[in-house]
Each structure stands twice: as structure tokens, then as C-alpha cells.
Design a protein around this ligand. Sequence first.
Ligand SMILES: [Zn+2]
Length: 67
Amino acid sequence: MSIANPRLHIICGICGCNNELIYEIVGREVPGKHLNVHIRCRNCDSLTELREVMEAKIQYSKKENVK
Ligand SMILES: [Zn+2]
């Protein structure tokens, strides 16, 4: 069971900042390959691949033309 708005706290492991984080979806969609998600701290400009810190569960939408 998933909770809609969990209290997830993410902080930068370099500078401790928690309000300057953005995520970036990297790459382009290629069948059989997954896009990478990077978390960038805009305070210290560090970059972490999300897959370095947590397991991925890939789900593809069956809908086409998703906006
Ligand atoms: Zn930082």
C-alpha cells in the first residue's frame, strides 16, 4: 500500500542543503534502456544518480500520447 504524500526528507550529502535540490531525467527513451534520474544540489552543484541510492521499480504506462 502506498501513501499519497509521505514525509520524505532528502538532503545533500555534501553540504546538507535540503531546499535547493532538483532532479534531472537524463537520456532519451530507447526500448530496453532506462532513463537515468540525477539529483542535483544547486547549492554545491553536486550530482547523484538516483540509482546509486535506491532500487528502481520501472513501470511503463500503457497509455499513448500521455501529456
Ligand atoms: Zn549540496
